[in-house]
Structures are given as C-alpha cells and as structure tokens.
Write a protein that binds this ligand. Structure first.
Ligand code: PLP
Length: 361
C-alpha cells in the first residue's frame, strides 16, 4: 500500500462540516446543547491541572458504575469518534478483514480503509426492517476476519438489535478469533428502560459510547471505550501516541453531568418524544416516502419512492433553508436521514418545509 492508494479523509464528515448555517437543520443526529449553566458544577471543577495519568479517576469510576464494571475496563476518549478509531486501529492491520454493516455510519468504512483493512459488508435490508441477519455474516466471515462492526441503535435507521442477535454475533466472532465492536452511542436514547449493553456478553465485545448524541453535551467531547482490561491497557498506550491528556475541564464537567444525568435525560426525552410524534404524523400524511419507525433513536431514514434525493436535498437547501443528510453518505442514495433532535418548534417548521420540498420533487 502506498500513501496515494490510502483513504485519507471522510467524505461524510467533510460534507457535514461544510454546510454553513441553516435555520432548519434536520441533518443533525444529536440533541441540542444542554445549557451549561444548568449543570451544577462547582468552583473547584474549574481548574487546569489534569490527573497526569491514564484518565481522570472520578470519571472512569462514573462510567464504570454505569455498567457495573471495573474502571480498569474503561478508556476515555475524544468523543465516540476517537473511541471507534482507536478500537479499529488496535485490532486491524493492513490486509485484515473487517465485516461492517451496510448501511453504515461512513466513518467506520473510511477508517477501516485508512487502516488498510479489507472491508466486507453484511446487509441490513429495508425489506427486513434493517435487522441484523447473522446468516449474512456467516456467509462472509473467514479466519482472516479480525473485527465485526455494528451499531446499536443502528445509524442511520435507529433500529434496535436485541440481545439474542448480538450474542450470536459474539459466538460467530469467537469462532473466527475476531472481536465485535458495538457502537452504542444511540443506545442511550432508550430512556424508558435499561437497555442491555453488549459488554456483558463476553470478552469478544468492545463497546464505544459518549455523552454526545443523547444528552446535548457534544461540546465536552467525552467518549469512552469499554473492553476487557488487557485491551483497555493497550488502548491507553495507543492514546500516548496521539495526545497527552483529555481536556481537564471537560473531564470534570463530565463527572458532574453523570451526577445530573437524570435531569439531562428528562429534557432529551421530552424533545425526542415530541419530535417522534410529529414525524410519525408527517409520515402518515405522505405517500411519497416510506420509513421504518422504531420506538427510539434520534434519526430516521426514509426512502423516497420516486424522484431524486440529491435534487430534494438541493431544493430544500436553496429554497427552504432546510437540511437533511443525503442517503448517499450512508450508501443508500434513494434514502435520506433526518434527525429528530432540533427544538420542537424548529423541527415542526422544518417538517413543513420538507413537505414542500417533497411536493416539488
Ligand atoms: C455510530 C456513531 N459513533 C460515533 C459517532 C460520533 O460520536 P461523537 O460525537 O461522540 O464523537 C456517531 C455520530 O454520528 C455515530 O453515528
């Protein structure tokens, strides 16, 4: 492999960062910022001296308590983005096989390609409600497979994968000597009950998560990886190659956010419940789109029955000051992704504008 044949960028991330200011931005997948002054932090949190070691112990403990695991199994990172990158970089050498769901969050695919891995895909089909079918993986797994990548909830559809299927993925991975990375950032939106995490199903599972999507705390850039302690130690040593420490302020505010999470969650739940109901009504009234409508999650992935999604995106942007994410970034160009995350008054108006755009195309 030479430098020029390597993937060195992410088309989706570039698109997402290049859209400028749009008043009805329905492309975002995270809850709007939580008001910082409502998090009960203390004067002693506002310091610049970090722990100087591997992680801030109170934060590691807060994350470990959430899962009832040892802090030795927790690695804190710059968002789930870096968590995903680190896990893939640890486990994939050039030429190793990685099985990634399709459709997928584009960063998994571009990161695997950046690392020189051989990328194989398993389908999550619209016709099957975007469920994971373990038989699809059985067809493509080989002794060269080092990693299986799945998201739960699924980005871009928000479909939930149950414990039985995740367990089967683990058994399959174990038989090939591979690991399973489960991106669980959207699992945090299953507010009504305590969703299982893949973490407790065996050592082949590594999970990533963050305070970003479900809580409106994206600016803290606080992500984490949970894995067996030996892997966690290796990940910490890899972080040494990248940067010294996480931002101290962010770590300390993160601890307070965990203490205050119930209140933060109540706000997120109210936004998502309202917007989900608005979206479901919108969907009932339209016969030009079709969509799986899961109970949870921050995003939906409708399919345009006729017409061209790129044209829809362009009309929405230029005439209606409205943004949705083109399905092409999730490798399904006849779909588009819409976030349920804006403030409800913005979301409601955004849906009206989406309706006008749909009428037009
Ligand atoms: C599966 C998945 N992991 C991670 C991220 C990014 O998370 P963070 O904002 O915590 O870096 C996203 C963002 O869309 C995502 O879909």
């Amino acid at each position: 492999m030479n430098l020029h044949s390597r993937t060195l960028s992410s088309a989706y991330m570039h698109w997402a960062k290049s859209q400028g200011s749009i008043n009805y931005n329905l492309a975002v997948s995270g809850i709007p910022d939580y008001p910082l002054n409502e998090i009960p932090y203390r004067p002693e949190d506002i310091v610049l001296s970090g722990s100087g070691s591997y992680g801030y112990p109170p934060l590691l403990q807060a994350i470990a308590s959430r899962y009832n695991i040892s802090p030795d199994s927790v690695v804190t990172t710059l968002g789930a983005s870096m968590a995903n990158y680190l896990v893939m970089a640890l486990l994939l050498q050039p030429g190793d096989e990685v099985l990634i769901e399709h459709p997928a969050y584009e960063l998994f695919v571009s990161t695997a390609m950046f690392l020189g891995a051989s990328v194989k895909r398993f389908e999550r089909k619209f016709e099957n409600g975007f469920q994971v079918k373990v038989t699809e993986l059985e067809k493509i797994i080989t002794p060269k497979t080092k990693l299986i990548v799945v998201t739960n909830l699924h980005n871009p559809t928000s479909v939930y994968t149950d414990e039985k299927s995740i367990k089967q993925l683990g058994e399959l991975a174990r038989s090939a000597g591979a690991k399973v990375l489960v991106g669980e950032v959207y699992l945090n939106t299953v507010f009504d009950r305590n969703p299982f995490t893949a973490l407790h199903l065996g050592d082949e599972f590594i999970t990533t998560n963050s305070l970003t999507k479900a809580y409106g705390l994206s600016g803290l850039r606080l992500g984490w990886i949970c894995a067996e302690p030996e892997i966690a130690r290796k990940l910490w040593r890899m972080i040494d190659l990248l940067y010294v420490n996480h931002g101290t302020l962010s770590e300390r505010l993160g601890v307070r956010a965990f203490e205050y999470l119930e209140t933060i969650v109540a706000r997120s739940k109210a936004i998502l419940d309202t917007n989900r109901a608005l979206f479901n009504k919108f969907l009932d009234e339209r016969n030009d789109i079709e969509c799986i409508s899961p109970e949870y999650g921050t995003v939906r992935f409708p399919r345009l029955k006729h017409g061209n999604v790129d044209r829809l995106v362009s009309v929405l942007r230029s005439k209606y000051d409205t943004l949705v994410a083109p399905g092409s970034y999730f490798e399904m160009p006849e779909h588009f992704r819409i976030g349920l995350c804006c403030k409800p008054e913005i979301f409601e108006e955004g849906l009206k504008r989406l309706g006008r755009g749909l009428d037009e195309v």
